[in-house]
Design a binder for this molecule. Structure first.
Ligand SMILES: C[S@@+](CC[C@H](N)C(=O)[O-])C[C@H]1O[C@@H](n2cnc3c(N)ncnc32)[C@H](O)[C@@H]1O
Length: 203
């Protein structure tokens, strides 16, 4: 397990990252059993989003977030990921009504203002998706809709995520609705990791 975890954090290009997730896809659920991010983020989404809402699970991986959303009563959940291997695993969960192999951080192939909520868990981490992905995510979310994502507290504080998130708020693009207290991520390979869920309302 540790090798797969380390490999994705050491990837030096999107192509390498994709290959590593393709390799990890079939054992990912077993390796990340009990990981707290999907449940905590889905619970935050459910506090704000109507059950008939159109939701995008961006960086869906194998569909752990989708499973929690279904158990919360959501029926229109779309899956987006870079890795075909991860998307294949997500299909098996029978949670999603559409699948999109696209790259966050580049132009997304969706019209403006289509989603009631976008949820992004475990994707804004080292060597994955940078904070410049927020512009496109904001564009495709309805005004009054929400973007919900996890971050490690130290990653927020020590990277350009903090200034980017503050800038988007000062520019009036979004408004911080809520950020949770740090909670234990429950990653077997990295027991020291804490997470927070950030919830923004799109203006
Ligand atoms: C740690 S996994 C998290 C998966 C899932 N959200 C979860 O909580 O279990 C990160 C996922 O982000 C995807 N990913 C990485 N970079 C991406 C990008 N630029 N665009 C879309 N997905 C990406 C990976 O393929 C992988 O499935």
């Amino acid at each position: 397990m540790t090798n797969c975890v380390e490999a994705v954090f050491l990837a030096t290009s999107p192509e390498e990252l994709t290959q590593e997730y393709d390799k990890w896809a079939t054992s990912y659920d077993n390796d990340l059993e009990g990981h707290a991010g999907p449940k905590e983020a889905a619970e935050q989404l459910a506090l704000l989003t109507p059950k008939e809402g159109r939701i995008l699970d961006a960086g869906c991986g194998t569909g752990l977030v989708g499973q929690h959303l279904v158990s919360q009563g959501y029926q229109h959940i779309e899956a987006l990921d870079l890795s075909n291997g991860m998307l294949q695993e997500a299909r098996k969960k029978n949670c999603y009504c559409a699948f999109h192999q696209q790259a966050l951080g580049s132009a997304l192939d969706f019209p403006d203002h289509g989603f009631d909520a976008i949820i992004i868990v475990g994707v804004f981490v080292m060597a994955h998706v940078r904070s410049d992905a927020f512009d496109e995510l904001i564009r495709i979310t309805k005004p009054g809709g929400h973007i919900i994502f996890t971050l490690r507290p130290e990653f927020y504080a020590n990277t350009d995520f903090k200034p980017t998130m503050l800038r988007l708020e000062s520019e009036g693009k979004w408004t911080l609705h809520h950020v949770t207290d740090p909670f234990h991520g429950r990653f077997q390979a990295h027991p020291e990791v804490n997470l927070q869920v950030w919830v923004y309302t799109i203006n």
